[in-house]
Design a protein around this ligand. Structure first.
Ligand code: SAM
Length: 248
């Protein structure tokens, strides 16, 4: 190959690599911008719903994590603009990833601390579990659809998230060997508070879950486990979730 042709190739290669690096930088800048816009909407939604939730502001720790966890990595079939829109999205198998504001609110309502161990029912895409994992020591998550559980596990591996354990099965019965938990979150709606899950909650621990019917009214509830097997349940916000399925 002549020196002139070699130099031409080298220039082409440098130009191509610069374009690739430029694209990656543009992509990162776009994600940062979309994450910032989403955060503003979450903050605004929190203010607007304070009459229901009693929380005009979510904790800064939760907001920081919402700004940092890459939602686009959990909804890889969509573009980044859809991934950072403040709305639920289909994730296949008739299931959805929840609206980011609801993810932030449910996370906030658990009042998490860094040394907590948390159980999530309804892994779905894995996004909510990743948000929880950025705030606490260990997350356990159960998904009833095997393909979704496997996909979520693959995403956690790819993202280097090591403090989430995934199980395939009916989360209505919880994960007794791993309990008791400081917090439990259910991301699918059922008609009651699952008694096995209540039993796996520490005294003083909180459970956040939607209760109601698939096509009727649903309410987000916060349940606190009290001494002597008692509990206190508070209604927080009307919501719309996919059903908790299984033979329970
Ligand atoms: N948390 C998820 C995320 O971040 O993508 C979204 C959850 S989606 C709204 C509800 C999930 O609950 C679905 O993936 C569904 O398959 C799952 N599910 C429904 N019934 C279940 C059950 N009995 N046990 C475990 N998972 C269940």
């Amino acid at each position: 190959m002549s020196k002139r042709i070699q130099a031409g190739w080298a220039l082409l290669l440098v130009g191509w690599m610069a374009a690739l690096v430029g694209d990656a930088a543009n992509g990162e800048a776009e994600v940062t911008e979309l994450q910032a816009q989403l955060l503003e909407q979450i903050v605004a939604d929190a203010r607007e719903t304070r009459g229901y939730t009693g929380r005009a502001q979510l904790s800064q720790r939760v907001l920081d994590v919402m700004a940092a966890v890459p939602r686009h990595a959990f909804v890889d079939r969509y573009g980044t603009a859809s991934a950072y829109a403040n709305r639920p999205l289909p994730i296949g198998h008739g299931q959805t990833i929840s609206q980011p504001f609801i993810v932030a609110l449910m996370t906030d309502l658990l009042d998490l601390e860094a040394d907590h161990r948390v159980l999530e029912i309804g892994t779905g895409s894995g996004y909510q579990a990743a948000v929880l994992a950025a705030l606490v020591k260990q997350v356990y998550t159960i998904e009833i659809i095997p393909a979704l559980a496997q996909e979520a596990e693959r995403r956690f591996e790819q993202l280097g998230i090591e403090n989430i354990a995934v199980k395939t099965g009916d989360g209505y019965f919880g994960w007794p060997e791993a309990g008791p938990f400081d917090g439990i979150m259910i991301t699918a709606v059922g008609p009651d508070i699952p008694p096995d899950l209540l039993a796996q909650l520490k005294v003083g621990g909180r459970m956040v879950l939607p209760v109601g019917s698939q096509y009727g009214a649903q309410n987000l509830k916060v349940v606190t486990r009290l001494e002597d097997g008692r509990h206190k349940a508070e209604d927080v916000l009307p919501v719309a979730f996919v059903p908790l399925t299984g033979d329970h």
